[in-house]
Design a protein around this ligand. Sequence first.
Ligand code: 1GP
Length: 226
Amino acid sequence: MTLIDPINVSVEKAGELAKYMGESGSDAIMVGGSTVHTQEHLDTYIKQIKRMTDKPVIIFPNNVQSISRYADAIWFMSLLNSVDWYYIVGAQLQGALTVKHFNLEAIPMGYVVFGHESTVAAMGRVLPLSPNHREVAACYGLAAQYLGMRFLYLEAGSGASSPLPAATISAVKKTVEIPVIVGGGIRTGEDAASVAEAGADIIVTGTAVEKSLDRLPEIIKRFKER
Ligand code: 1GP
């Protein structure tokens, strides 16, 4: 899946990017980022993306302002390792009726953020979790599954210097039965291959494509070669 952050990519470019990534093999376009600030902007943004691609558009929300009636679905996610009630269930409580009103498909997801340097770690007030702490990661994953969440997202943070270690991903994958999504720091075909071989069911890339808008064919080709 390709993640497009409205803070990093203009509306016009977002449409083109979504079209190109959809044609290149992304199964869905995720829209969101830790600092999305108005629903109005998100509406305009998603409408433009929907004009350009038939792939499902899934909101990756940072807060209640990230709910748009123009998307197909929303990750209805809980930041499991936040120390703040708001990011575990408070924003969800505030936004639930809006999601229903907009008739969005809500996809329950447990979200676990590793490291402490990313924007999401700071905004979401996360409890420090080392990328190498595979046992704790597996316990979070199992807790998400037992709470009925349908997906688990292991997040290294957008723009992370490297993806999560393969050993952590595979420890989680061996423990849980729900699909595991992995994102953050996946920049090359080698990164993607190592994350996939470790057991990720879905890979999310944002920065790799956002930073290469002028040479996407080359980037995609290199990803696919690996
Ligand atoms: C961020 O996991 C996603 O939430 C994608 O990260 O921007 O590093 O690809 P990147």
